[in-house]
Design a protein around this ligand. Structure first.
Ligand code: T46
Length: 136
């Protein structure tokens, strides 16, 4: 399974680091929504769903966490631990976020507005969905 990780260019100087992200340049889609999670309770797993139509870039801008990606055929665990690394998560991809370090902040750039009906929250339904998608 191909996993795409972006390495963003920091504009560093003697004051510290700054990263600027622009749609279609650094982020490969129009950014319609940005959200972030923090204060994640110890031991909890977030996500556990897939999207039918949503592209995202995940950046752990502080601390670290792990992302499990599953396309219905293969699984991969991607650690996110650098504020200059972004993980691309396409549609039809089951995702789980876990192992958040203390103080971790996970920032997400999304290609679509929030739409509760775009989520597939049942794993068997997800497997069925990707199987049928491949047939088309
Ligand atoms: C994803 C992973 C990486 C909103 O009202 N608007 C939003 O844009 C989002 C993302 C969430 N919410 C509400 C819906 C729930 O009541 O916030 C609450 C927590 O959302 P959820 O349980 O979906 O959070 P995660 O961390 O399981 O999943 C989120 C995104 O929802 C999802 O699209 O890919 O992060």
């Amino acid at each position: 399974m191909l996993v795409t990780k972006y390495v963003f260019q920091p504009h560093g100087d003697y004051r510290g680091q700054l990263i600027a992200l622009e749609e279609f340049k650094d982020i490969p889609f129009r950014i319609k929504r940005v959200y972030y999670m923090y204060d994640t309770a110890d031991g909890f797993v977030r996500g556990k769903h897939a999207h039918k139509n949503l592209e995202q870039i995940l950046v752990c801008i502080h601390g670290s966490c792990k992302i499990k990606l599953d396309n219905g055929y293969e699984q991969k665990v991607v650690p996110l631990e650098k504020p200059y690394e972004g993980l691309y998560v396409p549609n039809n991809m089951w995702r789980e976020m876990y192992d958040f370090s203390e103080g971790a902040v996970l920032l997400v750039f999304a290609s679509e507005l929030y739409d509760a009906s775009d989520y597939i929250r049942d794993y068997d339904e997800f497997l069925e969905f990707v199987k049928n998608d491949k047939k088309e």
